[in-house]
Ligand binder design. Structure first.
Ligand code: DGL
Length: 268
């Protein structure tokens, strides 16, 4: 690769994707760690929630997003979504000439090294069904007991901002109580929407019980981009573009908790 190509590659954007606002929990951490990167965020609000969809539907959604990123000439794509990492990453990872970073596979080693025997995971139904958390963690620590709990309805609480209603409070408590029957020592928030529920969860247990893998994930991305000489060396803050497949205003309002989006996202 000549110097000119290298310089240009460093300035290309990093694409982030999720079914909705959940990926902003990862995006916000990434922006703190690598502020110079140019970024594109894709929220697939037309198809949210992914967690109740079939594997082939989820592969189709991710293919559409990665094809879009290709037209934007990204240098890397970040699956800021556990469900696509679990149900579609393996199928699509070799179809593009940019690097694809999946949240579950990228965070599994650090989770496997936690000093606990029993690890709980809250996730979407599709993520639980895939068995991805157990499989990826056991690659590094076969002795860790991993208990996954599907939490249908939690993504909708976040997308619709219905925090602290009677129904939402009961639904959060229901899955929390069910997972706690296994006595996990730590619980991974295995869906990028769930860190938005920390306020509700911390009424049920000390917040130190819950682990948001976003920080481990973005650190692994930084390491890889840097090793590949793909990190943007600019001293300026990177440009941001937001795209949604539906409901731009809802995206901006619901996302506000994690990230301030200045302009209305572009509707595709
Ligand atoms: N936030 C995504 C995840 O991490 C998708 C949730 C959904 O749309 O069901 O799994």
């Amino acid at each position: 690769m000549n110097t000119l190509v290298q310089k240009n590659s460093r300035e290309l954007p990093v694409g982030f994707c999720d079914s909705g606002v959940g990926g902003l929990s990862v995006f916000a951490e990434f922006k703190k760690l690598m502020p110079a990167e140019n970024t594109i965020y894709y929220g697939d609000l037309k198809n949210v929630p992914y967690g109740s969809k079939s594997k082939s539907e989820i592969i189709g959604y991710l293919r559409t997003i990665l094809d879009f990123f290709k037209t934007k000439n990204v240098k890397a794509a970040v699956l800021a979504c556990n469900t696509t990492s679990a149900a579609a990453y393996e199928e699509l990872k070799n179809n593009y000439d940019f690097k694809i970073y999946p949240i579950i596979q990228s965070s599994a080693k650090i989770l496997a090294e936690l000093n606990v025997n029993k690890l709980g995971v809250f996730a979407t139904s599709a993520t639980v069904k895939s068995g991805a958390y157990e499989r990826e963690i056991k690659k590094y620590n076969p002795n860790m007991q991993v208990y996954t709990k599907a939490c249908p309805g939690w993504v909708e609480i976040v997308e619709n901002k219905t925090f602290n209603t009677k129904e939402s409070t009961e639904l959060v408590k229901k899955y929390f109580d069910e997972l706690m029957e296994n006595n996990p020592q730590k619980i991974v928030l295995g869906c990028t929407h769930y860190p938005f529920l920390t306020g509700m969860l911390s009424k049920l247990a000390d917040s130190s019980l819950f682990i948001d893998p976003a920080m481990f994930f973005v650190e692994s991305i930084k390491k890889d981009l840097t090793e590949k000489s793909l990190d943007n060396l600019s001293k300026e803050e990177g440009k941001e573009e937001f795209y949604v497949s539906a409901n731009p205003e809802q995206f901006r309002v619901s996302g506000e908790l994690f990230y301030h989006i200045n302009n209305l996202p572009v509707l595709l």
